[in-house]
Design a protein around this ligand. Structure first.
Ligand code: UDP
Length: 314
């Protein structure tokens, strides 16, 4: 049986990845301190399928409680919403630096493949669009988002060095905005905010003039790409964008949410947070070629599933 270790496996993307690994017949160990995730996201799995280990992966790993070998280490642990990583700024810097080092060292010791989820934030406020992996980015190293942007960039640099000098078989995925069930409604990101507001008859809070763009990828599409990046051979050292190349302004996104909710769009305009990127759109040519992957779920379909999930809390 294949063995996976997933950091952040109780989180939004992580728990969907764990579902996929279990469905593929893998045995999974999850390390998570649930600073932003929840064991509830894995409640449907038995302890045979998924071993849960409450742990801050920035601290040295409890190797005696982990398997003696693993096939793949998936390193997803990190706050990802701007509200969460501002609140947990130092923790975010630590998990992406020390946490990544511990995950890389464990992978080497186990002879495991290593898959790390980095972020489109590595591009900062990009000056070209769409963004290919070859673009180096435009990042404020000391701004309010730098705890996330720069620590993810450090995590990429460390991973690239383990590939170069220690011959680790590692792959770096830059995830663009992702959404779907198990997002927390209070995490402050635009998808849970708008869906929650639409369900509660509140105006949608658009920050700035709403002309900034994002590209939203449904979580099942994203997990498919992460899975493929783990099982396709010959990808050591590759950096691959994962996201939906359909770019929208936040204003257009608000319209789409209102349409799926079947309510007229009403807006509460709020100031734009500092350093909010003006645009984000992945160039997914590499994912198409290397992973034979592209997103399949339309925004309308994905939003319907997201609404269903949030309706449980209404
Ligand atoms: N945003 C918004 N209203 C909200 C939450 C976010 O207009 O209630 C905007 C935010 O300023 C940004 C975009 O939506 O331009 C995406 O924000 P999110 O926090 O989801 O993620 P980001 O892509 O900035 O990391």
């Amino acid at each position: 049986m294949e063995i996976a270790v997933v950091t952040g496996g109780a989180g939004f993307v992580g728990s969907h990845l764990v579902d996929r690994l279990v469905a593929e017949g893998w045995r999974v160990w999850v390390l998570d301190n649930c600073s932003t995730g929840s064991w509830q996201n894995l409640a449907h799995h038995s302890s045979e399928e998924v071993v849960r280990l409450p742990w801050d992966v920035s601290e040295p790993w409890p190797l005696e409680q982990l398997p003696s070998r693993a096939d793949v280490v998936f390193h997803l642990a990190s706050p990802a919403s701007p509200v969460h990583y501002r609140r947990l700024a130092v923790e975010t810097l630590m998990v992406n630096s020390m946490g990544t080092k511990h995950a890389l060292d464990a992978s080497l010791a186990w002879g495991a493949r290593f898959v790390i989820t980095s972020t489109s934030e590595a591009y900062g406020d990009p000056q070209i669009t769409p963004q290919p992996e070859s673009y180096w980015g435009h990042v404020n190293p000391v701004g309010p988002r730098s705890c996330y942007d720069e620590s993810k960039r450090f995590a990429e640099a460390l991973t690239a060095e383990y590939v170069r000098s220690r011959k680790l078989d590692a792959r770096i995925l830059r995830l663009f905005n992702c959404y779907g069930p198990r997002m927390q409604h209070e995490d402050g990101r635009v998808v849970p905010n708008f869906v929650w507001q639409a369900l509660h008859g509140q105006p949608l809070t658009i920050y700035g003039d709403g002309q900034q763009t994002r590209s939203f990828c449904y979580v099942s599409d994203e997990v498919e790409a992460i899975w493929r990046a783990a099982v396709v051979d010959g990808l050591a050292g590759e950096v691959i964008n994962v996201g939906n190349p359909e770019e929208r302004t936040i204003r257009q996104f608000a319209e789409a949410v209102a349409a799926v909710a079947g309510v007229p769009l009403t807006v509460e305009w709020r100031p734009l947070p500092p350093d909010d990127p003006t645009n984000r759109c992945p160039d997914i040519s590499k994912a198409r070629t290397l992973l034979q992957w592209e997103p399949k779920v339309s925004l309308t379909e994905g939003l319907k599933e997201t609404f269903k999930y949030f309706q449980r809390d209404v």
